[in-house]
Write a protein that binds this ligand. Structure first.
Ligand code: ZN
Ligand code: ZN
Length: 263
């Protein structure tokens, strides 16, 4: 298997993953030949609730306990890690440092919104350039202020655009520059490869990986890794099809993929 570790796995607690026991992901990972499986469910905010997006704050301990017991149960077959996927917003700096980074083993940065109240989802088919620029600024600041294990779907901001223009190029450079400066790896996200395509100026394709972002990323000294972003345990058993679809999109690009587990 090309990459026998995955740090991007969700659970039913986020409200938009399949309803199954956490153990199903571990069993699927073992069956598929993974050596390391990291759970990184959407982190709760202590003062905001959105059950369709992330676990509630009150579910955090159950999540950590459940994954810890899986780790024990499968200790001889699979290295299990537990962390969170989290947006970066400066007002949560303290919470990130004092709670999330202490309770979890790692954090991945997954910026879906431009505001903690989820006022604007970049993937929601919107393309307001000012708000896309906010994405770049938040990522740049977040990577410098939080020791994220890696940046999830750095091309997420492209999801709602129709055309990759100068603003998109500027944001891509800003993100890749911040990743290079901080040594933060970039994730090639596998979650949308087999989902319905969208219309873009350069043809129909899946929302990410977004080739034009990665054309810029290859110019920077950054490392990459695949993230399954599994919201369904079946996804972990589908690596051949996912990687084949991914290779088609990234064909010819010179990306430096990580080959050893990060944790
Ligand atoms: Zn999710
Ligand atoms: Zn995710």
């Amino acid at each position: 298997m090309r990459q026998n570790f995955n740090y991007h796995t969700h659970t039913y607690r986020c409200g938009h993953a399949v309803l199954c026991e956490d153990g199903e992901y571990a069993r699927a990972a073992i069956e598929a030949g993974f050596a390391t499986l990291g759970f990184s469910d959407h982190a709760p905010y202590p003062d905001r609730s959105k059950p369709s997006d992330r676990m509630d704050y009150g579910q955090m301990d159950d999540y950590l306990r459940s994954i810890a017991s899986l780790r024990e149960k499968h200790a001889d077959q699979l290295e299990i890690r537990v962390g969170f996927e989290m947006e970066y917003f400066p007002e949560y700096q303290d919470y990130i440092e004092k709670v999330l980074l202490k309770k979890g083993e790692y954090l991945i940065c997954g910026q879906h919104y431009d505001h903690p109240d989820a006022l604007f989802d970049y993937a929601g088919g919107q393309s307001d350039r000012e708000r896309l620029l906010t994405y770049g600024r938040l990522i740049e600041e977040g990577l410098h202020r939080v020791p994220f294990l890696y940046l999830a779907h750095p091309d997420y901001f492209c999801a709602g655009i129709r055309e990759f223009d100068d603003t998109c190029r500027q944001i891509s450079h800003q993100i890749c520059q911040a990743a290079a400066e901080t040594g933060t790896p970039l994730e090639v996200n596998l979650n949308h490869l087999l989902k319905p395509k969208r219309h873009y100026a350069d043809g129909d394709h899946c929302i990410y990986p977004f080739r034009q972002f990665w054309q810029i990323a290859q110019l920077y000294p950054v490392r990459c890794l695949y993230g399954y972003d599994a919201h369904d345990h079946a996804q972990l058993k589908n690596s051949a099809a996912l990687l084949a679809a991914c290779d088609t999109i990234l064909e010819g690009l010179k990306l430096d993929f990580i080959t050893q587990p990060l944790l």
